[in-house]
Design a protein around this ligand. Structure first.
Ligand code: ADP
Length: 430
């Protein structure tokens, strides 16, 4: 604005000066064409009605005529005339700020001889008025922009910068483990969304951290139990006084415990892979009747041992898009649980059908059931209803959480209903 202001003033002053000089030159040209009393009177009359003043002098400086009264200020300027004045004239005074007049001089040359000089004067008041008007406009424009700037700064600070600073501090606190972040009330704009995402992130992180701690505690607990057995029995077995019959028995226990350990590690590894999403599901169209018949055949020998019966109800021509290997793991886990947690001579029913385009798979047993308070937690890792009994049955507490993850990886859901001593029903919907 400062430069714009200066430029406008400079060009306005320049315009005034050159118009004054051009006017003087015009008069001198007219006089060069006819240097008569008549012409001089006409020029004086013309200028008398304007805000400029013309003075015609002889070459020696004596005044011929003047359109108005010659002021002292004008005489002072006329004394400062330089020697060689070009034919196009000169500006004699351009200090519009301090002087009373701006002035120009144009020589009147007739036949190579200077016959006089035309002086033009214009009061600087006109320029000063013009510039003070301009200054007022600039002042208003300046104040307005300042006001807008302040409003914008206040707005930006309040709605953008301030929340961003708070968010950056919140994320720093989150990274240090303080999840109780409080952020400003989110608006519906991008900043609000960012704040909301940070809050969600903080709570997710907190849940994850707690889950990880619980998970690690459970793993170390689960590993410690079989390891204690192994260590204890190995210690007795290696003693020289242990007879070979006992040693064989202890080695048997060690073998059994290592089997449990390797099963546990294998399942943990599977879960870790599922968490990392490095676990790929390769779906294909599977004919369900022969597929389920194959799985049931696999579990039949174990069921025969406890004289349990298994019934499959599955219409032919029913197909589903599943990863046959992974899904077999799901069904085998459910059947294994049904077997483990049921009394001998009971029945397991597997029902597969299609309802409203979705494939429903039901595994139902007549076992001891799950108490209502445990039902919501049985899909959690290491969750077991009856800890000591399940461990004796070879359970790790990981089976159902693997089942759930695999079903979800197939885009399906799994639900459970159970009543103690009546039976349990797992239903997968794909
Ligand atoms: P586990 O390896 O201990 O069987 P799971 O994750 O498969 O672990 O099951 C978790 C718990 O849910 C089991 O310990 C058991 O108490 C209970 N459970 C699972 N399936 C059944 C069932 N069909 N009948 C009764 N209880 C069951």
């Amino acid at each position: 604005m400062f430069f714009l202001h200066n430029n406008i003033i400079h060009s306005r002053v320049h315009e005034e000066l050159s118009s004054l000089q051009t006017r003087g030159n015009n008069h001198s040209e007219i006089l060069e064409a006819s240097f008569h009393e008549e012409t001089i009177r006409h020029i004086a009359m013309m200028e008398a009605r304007t805000d400029t003043q013309v003075i015609l002098t002889k070459p020696d400086g004596t005044i011929y005529m003047s359109s108005n009264k010659v002021e002292d200020e004008m005489k002072k300027i006329m004394k400062t005339v330089p020697k060689n004045i070009p034919h196009t004239g000169l500006i004699l005074e351009d200090d519009w700020k301090n002087a009373t007049y701006i002035a120009s001089i144009s020589p009147v040359t007739v036949g190579n001889k200077i016959t006089g000089y035309v002086y033009m004067f214009q009061t600087t008041q006109k320029i000063k008025d013009l510039i003070s008007g301009l200054n007022q406009h600039f002042l208003i424009a300046g104040l307005l922009s300042l006001m807008f700037m302040i409003i914008i700064i206040v707005f930006l600070t309040r709605y953008v910068t301030h929340p961003l600073i708070e968010m950056s501090e919140a994320t720093k606190r989150i990274s240090k483990g303080d999840f109780s972040v409080s952020l400003p009330k989110p608006g519906k704009d991008e900043i609000g969304e960012l704040g909301e995402s940070i809050k969600v992130l903080a709570s997710d992180l907190e849940i994850l951290k707690n889950e990880r701690n619980e998970f690690l505690a459970s793993i170390s607990h689960e590993l410690r139990t079989p390891l204690t057995y192994i260590k204890g029995y190995a210690d007795i077995a290696r003693r020289p006084e242990t007879n070979s019959k006992d040693r064989e028995k202890y080695l048997g226990i060690i073998f059994e415990e290592t089997g449990k350990l390797s099963k546990l590690v294998k399942e943990l590894f599977n879960l870790a892979k599922m968490d990392e999403n490095t676990f790929s599901i390769e779906k294909e169209e599977v004919h369900l009747l022969p597929y389920f018949q194959g799985i049931i055949e696999k579990v039949s020998p174990a069921l025969k041992e406890t004289q349990m019966e298994i019934v499959l109800e599955c219409p032919d021509h029913l197909y589903a898009k599943i990863d046959p290997m992974r899904f077999e793991q799901v069904i085998l886990n459910l059947l294994d649980n049904a077997r483990k947690y049921s009394e001998p001579q009971t029945k397991i029913v597997v029902v597969v059908n299609r309802i409203n385009g979705a494939v429903h798979m039901i595994v139902q047993d007549e076992g001891k059931g799950i108490p209502a308070e445990d039902l919501p937690r049985i899909f959690e890792r290491f969750y077991r209803v009856d800890k000591s009994r399940t461990r004796a049955l070879g359970g790790t507490g990981l089976g159902l959480s693997i089942v759930k993850q695999l079903v979800e990886a197939h885009g399906g859901t799994i639900e459970v209903t159970s009543s103690p001593n009546v039976g349990t029903t797992f239903e997968i919907i794909l």
